[in-house]
Design a protein around this ligand. Structure first.
Ligand code: SF4
Ligand code: SF4
Length: 92
């Protein structure tokens, strides 16, 4: 088995959702980023992302307050990962 892409270790515990002032669906967006990293040729994560971002906050609505980071037991750099989501999935 070859070396796979480096995925975000989000467990979807949802703790960060309670504190985000922008109400960004963080675990959902991180899952879509992982789906994209696993299969970059598939456009499906970008399509799903576009649907969600049309209905609610986009990854790029993150204001970098880092309130989420203090709740994440996996020590995920959430604002930086959301910037990756925006780069990978927005405008596609
Ligand atoms: S850094 Fe971004 S994702 Fe985290 S709580 Fe603040 S606005 Fe929400
Ligand atoms: S707190 Fe961390 S592990 Fe839990 S859902 Fe948010 S990003 Fe994922």
């Amino acid at each position: 088995m070859g070396k796979g892409p480096k995925l975000v270790g989000c467990t979807s515990c949802r703790r960060c959702l309670a504190v985000c002032p922008q109400h960004i669906p963080i675990p959902t967006y991180l899952r879509l980023l992982n789906d994209h990293l696993r299969a970059p040729e598939s456009g499906e994560p970008a399509v799903r992302y576009a649907e969600l971002a049309a209905e609610g906050p986009a990854a790029s609505d993150c204001v970098g307050c880092r309130a989420c980071c203090t709740t994440c037991m996996e020590y995920i750099m959430i604002p930086e990962m959301l910037a990756e989501v925006a780069g990978a999935l927005e405008g596609k």
